[in-house]
Design a protein around this ligand. Structure first.
Ligand code: CU
Length: 178
């Protein structure tokens, strides 16, 4: 079969581009362990609010002094709706949903992950500028989607008061790498 030279060039070009996409994705995923912040851990969505990995919802400090925020998305609210964290400190967010897929987005920052029923999403970030940040739901989740907003309050490190012991569950030693 005769294939025109130009057509041949385009076919090879497409093959090379596809190969580059595939290899770069494979290197990132398997070589450097880059994964989306979802699907790290599974959870029963019916008990998401009481599961020891997600309860109590809100801010806590683990034995190593690291700050965690646990959030469960429900139609149409983030639980808790408000969290106060220190500036300039790595904060690990743990997210899941009790009903449908929601999108947790701390507007104006790089803090964002999907909250998916059945999975715990996790990401760590830090906020350098104290202030109030809107937390929006960026996955359409139903008629009340537009009302699904929360607030993240970032305060200077020296003004931040760690939650009391009763709010910090002891069961926080097992951290998932990722
Ligand atoms: Cu939502």
């Amino acid at each position: 079969m005769k294939v025109d030279i130009y057509e041949r060039v385009w076919m090879w070009g497409v093959a090379v581009v596809l190969a580059v996409f595939f290899i770069s994705t494979a290197v990132a995923a398997y070589g450097r362990q880059f994964h989306p912040p979802s699907h790290i851990e599974t959870i029963d969505p019916r008990t998401a609010l009481t599961d020891p990995r997600m309860a109590p919802q809100g801010v806590s400090v683990d034995a190593d002094g690291r700050v965690h925020v646990r959030v469960v998305g429900v139609t149409f609210a983030w639980l808790p709706a408000e969290a106060t964290v220190p500036a300039g400190t790595p904060i690990t967010f743990h997210l899941t949903a009790a009903d449908v897929v929601h999108g947790y987005q701390i507007v104006g920052t790089n803090g964002q992950a999907m909250a998916i029923p059945g999975y715990i999403s996790q990401f760590t970030t830090q906020f350098m500028t104290p202030g109030e940040y809107l937390i929006a739901c960026n996955e359409y989740c139903g008629v009340g989607h537009h009302m699904m907003a929360g607030k993240l309050i970032v305060v200077p490190q020296e003004d931040w008061e760690p939650p009391t012991a009763s709010q910090s569950p002891a069961l926080e030693t097992e951290e998932v790498a990722g």
